[in-house]
Design a protein around this ligand. Structure first.
Ligand code: NAD
Length: 432
């Protein structure tokens, strides 16, 4: 018998199915609708409804106290027809195979909607990183990397950060992979520190992308950009960089929130001051220069733009009818449930769907991969102007599809993506 457990390491028993709103089914409901509008042939519909590869691994990790714990890790390659799979890795107790599958499919559509030469993948380890030391996290990251090493590679599958993973872990992945290959391979992962092959502008890219598509939506609706009222749920990477980029355009950030609640000032928050506060205190709770409100109330504030940038499934059948925004820009992945879609559409709310709205991040990840492979690095202006061009043209393509097919922007985004993935499948032919 081993020694008794001395420190609480939170571990969840293996759970392969999602217990709440199943994100894979929710995503597939939209896929089916878009496929129907495209008259997609039955054979491709079948192929695109299935992930290409699902890997489940045991990840033994030596704890600091000398014991060994075994975690469950997943990597799903959803589709690689258009190029290497691309998708983040999350460390979280809520990770399930269904969630990873849904996120891998999302990555496939997201890369296709902005026309990147990538397929889609996602990975995760069921763990609670907050209860682990840096040494334990490093061993977990390296062992997980070695467990999926056959599928990894700049030409096959390229991870990136996601929930609870960051550039530190990307550096460990790059190092582990390079040690096995016996030479340095920077392009195996994106979201790396700048000093080791990361790209300028990557950190701000998702928020910058949200700003660009919101500006396009405002133009489409004939609304002026300066003075546009914006409410943001979540003030992490996406929420804070969106707020910064939007404030730079003269938009008025009225409210932002984090896990514990929100702050509100109808005259507009001083975004730089709020960012400074969060850097010092981590949370918004003690922020003094604004009114405090709950996350539920924040979602239903009267505003021009609502930007959910925190979690999945926050706009639901229950609260969708209470939303008083003209535009919803989905910074988070999957913030709106499939049931809420028709309610928002009937209310005339323009929803910029996640796969388009938050694609700025993967676009600059693509730039990072290109720069690593070329061994030639771009200045920030080049990164931002290329990002701008891709986001604007992608928005226009989706808006044109929405008009042509008389569908929502969400279904149009799926149609543009599925059409691109299907076109490559047809050209390549079926090896069946
Ligand atoms: P993050 O961890 O940096 O920030 C998340 C924020 O949400 C934090 O402020 C947190 O306090 C807040 N939050 C958590 N639970 C909440 C709750 N119940 N109510 C309100 N706020 C809550 O994460 P991030 O990188 O900003 O990602 C946010 C979302 O955007 C995720 O869905 C992620 O998948 C998606 N996304 C991120 C990127 C990227 O480049 N970071 C790219 C595409 C999509």
């Amino acid at each position: 018998m081993g020694p008794a457990v001395t420190r609480a390491w939170r571990i969840r028993p293996e759970k392969d199915t999602f217990l709440g709103e199943n994100p894979f089914e929710s995503m597939m409901a939209r896929f089916d609708e878009a496929a129907q509008h495209l008259n997609l042939e039955a054979s491709l519909r079948k192929v695109l409804r299935h992930p290409e590869k699902q890997i489940i691994i045991a990840v033994p990790v030596l704890r600091d106290n000398g014991e060994v714990e075994v975690f469950t890790g997943y990597r799903v390659l959803y589709n690689t027809a258009r190029g290497p799979a691309k998708g983040g890795i999350r460390f979280d107790l809520q990770v399930t195979l269904d969630e990873v599958k849904a996120l891998a499919a999302w990555m496939t559509w997201k890369c296709a909607v902005v026309n990147l030469p990538f397929g889609g993948s996602k990975g995760g380890v069921v763990c609670d990183p907050a209860s682990m030391s840096m040494g334990e996290l490093e061993r977990l990251t390296r062992r997980y990397t070695s467990g999926i090493i056959e599928t990894l590679g700049p030409d096959s599958d390229v991870p990136a950060p996601d929930v609870n993973t960051n550039e530190r872990m990307m550096a460990w992945i790059m190092d582990t992979y390079s040690m096995h290959k016996r030479h340095t391979v920077t392009a195996v992962v994106t979201g790396k520190p700048i000093a080791m092959g990361g790209s300028l502008g990557r950190r701000e890219a998702t928020g910058r992308g949200c700003m660009i598509v919101t500006r396009e939506a405002l133009k489409q609706l004939g609304m002026p950009v300066p003075g546009t009222r914006v409410v943001i749920q979540g003030f992490g990477n996406v929420g804070s960089t969106s707020a910064e980029a939007m404030a730079e355009q003269g938009m008025k950030i009225m409210a932002v929130s984090d896990k514990e609640g929100g702050i509100y000032d109808p005259r507009g928050l001083d975004v730089k001051d709020v960012i400074r506060h969060v850097r010092e205190h981590r949370v918004l709770a003690a922020y003094a220069n604004a009114e405090h409100i709950s996350n539920a109330d924040l979602l239903t504030l009267e505003t021009d733009v609502l930007l959910p940038a925190a979690l999945e499934n926050v706009i639901t059948e229950e609260n969708a009818s209470k939303i008083r925004a003209r535009i919803i820009c989905e910074g988070a992945n999957g913030p709106t449930t499939a049931d809420a879609d028709p309610i928002l559409q009937d209310a005339g709310i323009l929803v910029i769907p996640d796969i388009l709205a938050n694609a700025g991040g993967v676009t600059v990840s693509y730039f990072e991969w290109v720069q690593d492979r070329g061994g030639f690095f771009w200045d920030l202006e080049t990164v931002n102007s290329r990002l701008e061009r891709i986001m604007v043209s992608s928005y226009q393509e989706v808006a044109a599809m929405a008009r042509r097919a008389d569908v929502s922007m969400r279904i149009a985004a799926y149609m543009v993506s599925i059409d691109r993935v299907a076109a490559v499948h047809r050209l390549r032919g079926m090896y069946a």
